[in-house]
Design a protein around this ligand. Structure first.
Ligand SMILES: Nc1ncnc2c1ncn2[C@@H]1O[C@H](COP(=O)(O)OP(=O)(O)OP(=O)(O)O)[C@@H](O)[C@H]1O
Ligand SMILES: [Mg+2]
Length: 229
């Protein structure tokens, strides 16, 4: 057994735009261990979202290897990749991406909609518990328009945990929030990390990053600094 949940080995990502090659990631190697709380920072265009897509197995590198729990992703079929993603990784985005016609509960329930009938009650209970865990036990039947931005993001975090993934990946989770809601979201993430989740966030905000335990700074697709706090 290895403690390393994510490894990038000599990863480059090159986007071809007609005649132009954009090197979004340039020979990046890093390891993230189980239970870490990492923030990825860097100027606009430095490769943060590209890195998140690669860590989250949404995209494969042009060169090099991604390993999740020691499995080389290049060895997996599209189906196996999708299964690995669904089981191991929860995604949270800046704009929450909730379905506006569904309640908080229904949004959280969505990722596990297609499951065996006999487990239905168990899954329903799980989703309620997740909403309670992010402090929304009293907002279960509210729709996104009836929730504040911070509350919507908490629903999105609960949704990302529906399949109990080992890793939580968040691209600018506080980017659309005021400072008070940002703090609340960071507290939710910190608590999840305390309970053992590996949390990886992208942020522009130093105050957000300082809540994490390791800060990786990207510039021009390269790791400029990588500091444990
Ligand atoms: N699908 C794509 N096709 C072509 N080029 C892309 C694509 N996605 C990103 N890029 C380019 O790759 C580089 C890195 O982009 P990326 O989105 O990873 O940056 P970022 O650090 O997340 O920036 P931001 O802080 O603005 O979100 C940029 O130069 C961008 O223009
Ligand atoms: Mg980005």
């Amino acid at each position: 057994m290895t403690d390393c949940v994510v490894e990038l080995r000599d990863v480059s990502k090159i986007y071809k735009m007609g005649e132009i090659n954009v090197k979004a990631l340039d020979n990046v190697s890093l390891k993230i261990n189980k239970g870490e709380f990492v923030s990825i920072m860097g100027p606009s265009g430095s490769g943060k979202s590209t890195m998140m897509h690669i860590i989250g197995a949404l995209d494969l590198p042009s060169k090099g290897e991604t390993l999740i729990n020691g499995n080389k992703l290049s060895n997996l079929s599209e189906d196996d990749l999708a299964t690995l993603r669904g089981k191991n990784i929860g995604f949270v985005f800046q704009e929450f991406n909730l379905i506006t016609t569904l309640t908080a509960f229904e949004n959280v329930r969505l990722p596990i909609l297609f499951q065996e009938d006999e487990l239905k009650e168990e899954y329903n209970k799980r989703c309620e518990d997740l909403l309670k865990e992010v402090g929304l036990g009293d907002r279960i039947n509210h729709r996104p328009t009836e929730l504040s931005g911070g509350q919507q993001q908490r629903v999105a975090i609960a949704r990302s945990l529906a399949n109990n993934p080992e890793i939580l990946l968040a691209d600018e989770p506080t980017g659309a929030l005021d400072s008070k809601s940002s703090k609340e979201i960071m507290n939710v993430l910190k608590n999840l990390n305390k309970k053992g989740k590996t949390v990886i966030i992208i942020t522009h905000d130093k105050n957000v990053a300082k809540e994490s335990k390791r800060q990786i700074f990207l510039k021009d697709g390269k790791v400029l600094t990588d500091k444990k706090m």
